[in-house]
Design a protein around this ligand. Structure first.
Ligand SMILES: NC(=O)c1ccc[n+]([C@@H]2O[C@H](COP(=O)([O-])OP(=O)(O)OC[C@H]3O[C@@H](n4cnc5c(N)ncnc54)[C@H](O)[C@@H]3O)[C@@H](O)[C@H]2O)c1
Length: 280
């Protein structure tokens, strides 16, 4: 199924702006709903900025102006009325997301509604909607323009035709979809964090140095980046929060190792602080 002619994006921050970028590049009209004129303007500027960068790489043959002409930013949810798809990308707060999803359903009753949540349960969020069959997770990765992956997260009520449509849209965006049942950490966080936590335990136990553990994966298994360096890039605080969430949901195999807690307590958060498992 072709990408809807009009796509809504609720929340035009880091992820929302990236999602807008992706849909503009394949010819959709996009409406962004934000909280104020200032944040709506900031969302527009973010998209204009990444489109300009993409144009330098030859990825916007029609020109940045032509692509931006299909973008509307507003504070009025009614602008979503004719959208075939609305993706929410507001902050990861369950109550805020529930409120926003209810507003989307009221403003765009015929749209497929998607959430870009990175950790919340799709079934939990679906409770905010009158028609959970038309609700699905579309988990884009950061930065969206450079990322090839979208996780399609299927809730227990998500209709099969909505899953099929979502899979088609991801292909149309030039990305690859993986389809995952709604479950803690989906596929990507659960597996990525599991590997990283084992690498940290090995470091704790003195099995090998951080560099050697990562090299075992990059050269031995052709991972582009090792699990400890990846943790530095994501942020140790972010990974600690995910591990704690997965420990609560899936049990002690996701218990954060002491070395992770110690680094975070000392402010060694990875690349953003200059020091994590490696010095940056
Ligand atoms: N940052 C990442 O690496 C990443 C990756 C994958 C998924 N996610 C998920 O994407 C979502 C958004 O994350 P982000 O990093 O883009 O956050 P962000 O803070 O950069 O952007 C959130 C945007 O939502 C807007 N907003 C807040 N309340 C709103 C409301 N009531 N109505 C309309 N707009 C509102 C804010 O003004 C802001 O522009 C979260 O669920 C997050 O878990 C983030």
């Amino acid at each position: 199924m072709a990408v809807p002619e009009l796509v809504g994006v609720y929340g035009g921050g880091r992820m929302g702006a990236g999602i807008v970028h992706a849909f503009l590049l394949v010819g959709a009209r996009v409406v962004v709903v934000e909280t104020s004129d200032a944040t709506a303007g900031a969302a527009h500027d973010r998209v204009a900025g990444t489109l300009a960068q993409a144009a330098e790489r030859g990825q916007v043959p029609e020109g940045v102006g032509a692509a931006l002409a299909r973008l509307t930013t507003t504070t009025d949810p009614h602008a979503l009325a004719a959208a075939g798809l609305v993706v929410e990308a507001v902050p990861e707060l369950p109550d805020l997301k529930a409120e926003v999803l209810a507003r989307i359903a009221a403003a765009a009753p015929d749209a497929v509604v998607a959430t870009n949540t990175s950790s919340l349960s799709v079934d939990g969020l679906a409770a905010a909607l009158p028609d959970p069959a038309r609700f699905v997770g579309l988990h884009f990765f950061n930065p969206v323009p450079a990322s090839d992956l979208v996780e399609i997260v299927v809730g227990s009520a998500t209709a099969p035709d909505v899953v099929t449509a979502a899979q088609g849209w991801v292909v149309d965006l030039g990305k690859t979809a993986v389809t995952v049942a709604d479950s803690p950490g989906f596929a990507s966080s659960r597996l990525g964090v599991a590997l990283a936590l084992e690498a940290m335990r090995m470091l704790d136990e003195g099995v090998a140095s951080a560099d050697d553990i990562d090299t075992a994966m990059t050269l031995g298994y052709r991972h582009p980046v090792g699990p400890l360096r990846t943790t530095d890039l994501v942020g140790l605080d972010v990974r600690l929060a995910i591990a704690e969430h997965l420990e609560r949901e899936l049990g002690p195999r996701f218990a954060p190792p002491q070395v992770l807690r110690d680094h975070v307590a000392a402010g060694r958060l990875g690349r953003k602080s200059g020091q994590g498992f490696f010095t940056w």
